[in-house]
Design a protein around this ligand. Structure first.
Ligand code: ADP
Ligand code: MG
Length: 209
C-alpha cells in the first residue's frame, strides 16, 4: 500500500489516502503537545514507539472481541487502517483520580475509584474539548443511542483488558482516552492506543511514567 494524498495533519499523526477508498495510512509523528496544545515540542522516535505499541494493543483488543480499525503495520511509523467516520467524542475511562477529574471535582490525585468513571469530551479544538453527557450527544446528534451503547460497552472492555495487561508489568492504568468511528455501519475503535493516550503510574510508588 502506498501513501497517496495527505488528507489530514493533526497534533500526533498524519492521514493519507491509499489506492483503496476504504483504507487509510496513519503516520505517527514525533510531535508532542500538552496543555491543550499550548505547549509543543518533539520527542525523538515517539512516533515509532506509539505506532508499534498501538499495533500491539489493537491486535490484543481485537483478539478479545473489540473491533478496531487496525489492519496492519506497514513500517516504523505507518499503519494501515480502515477508514472511519470519526464520532467526534473522546471517551475517557478513569480508574484513579488524576488530571482533569481532580481539577473539576476538587479531589486529590491518586484516589482509587471503586468503579471506573466514564467521561465524554466533545472533540472540538475551538471549544477546548468540553465535558459533555448523553443528553448533549443527543442534542448535537453526535451519535445514536445504539451507537453510544456499543461505544460504552467497548470502552469498559478495553479498560479491563488494558488494566490486566499493565498490571502484569507493574503499572497502574490511571486513565486513558479512546476514539471510535463508523465503518460500513459498524462502530470500530480508531485513532491510537498508546502511552500518549494513557496515564500510567508505577503500581507500588505511584511514580508517573
Ligand atoms: P488530532 O490533533 O485531531 O488529535 P491526530 O494527530 O491524533 O489528530 O491525528 C489523527 C486524526 O485522525 C484524529 O483527528 C482522529 O480522529 C482521526 N482518525 C483516527 N483514525 C481514523 C480512521 N480510521 N479514519 C479516519 N480518521 C481517523
Ligand atoms: Mg489525536
Amino acid at each position: 500500500m502506498q501513501k497517496l494524498k495527505q488528507i489530514y495533519e493533526g497534533k500526533a499523526k498524519k492521514l493519507y489516502e491509499t489506492e483503496s477508498p476504504d483504507l487509510l495510512i496513519q503516520e505517527f509523528k514525533d510531535d508532542a503537545t500538552a496543555f491543550d496544545a499550548t505547549k509543543r515540542g518533539t520527542i525523538v522516535n515517539k512516533g515509532i514507539i506509539n505506532n508499534k505499541l498501538s499495533e500491539k494493543f489493537f491486535v490484543l483488543l481485537a483478539k478479545k472481541g473489540v473491533p478496531t480499525h487496525f489492519m496492519k503495520r506497514l513500517s516504523d511509523r505507518d499503519m494501515l487502517v480502515k477508514r472511519v467516520e470519526i464520532v467526534p467524542i473522546e471517551v475517557t475511562i478513569r480508574n484513579v483520580v488524576a488530571g482533569g477529574m481532580a481539577k473539576l471535582l476538587g479531589l486529590e490525585e491518586g484516589i482509587v475509584l471503586k468503579e471506573p468513571v466514564l467521561e465524554y469530551h466533545y472533540k472540538e479544538d475551538k471549544l477546548h474539548d468540553p465535558l459533555i453527557n448523553d443528553y448533549h450527544i443527543e442534542v448535537l446528534k453526535l451519535a445514536t443511542p445504539q451507537e453510544m451503547k456499543k461505544i460504552k460497552d467497548y470502552s469498559f472492555s478495553v479498560n479491563q483488558i488494558m488494566k490486566d495487561f499493565f498490571d502484569k508489568v507493574n503499572l497502574k492504568l490511571v486513565d486513558f482516552k479512546l476514539e471510535f468511528g463508523r465503518h460500513k455501519g459498524k462502530i470500530l475503535l480508531g485513532d491510537e492506543v498508546s502511552p500518549d493516550t494513557c496515564r500510567l503510574w508505577d503500581k507500588v510508588t505511584n511514580e508517573k511514567l
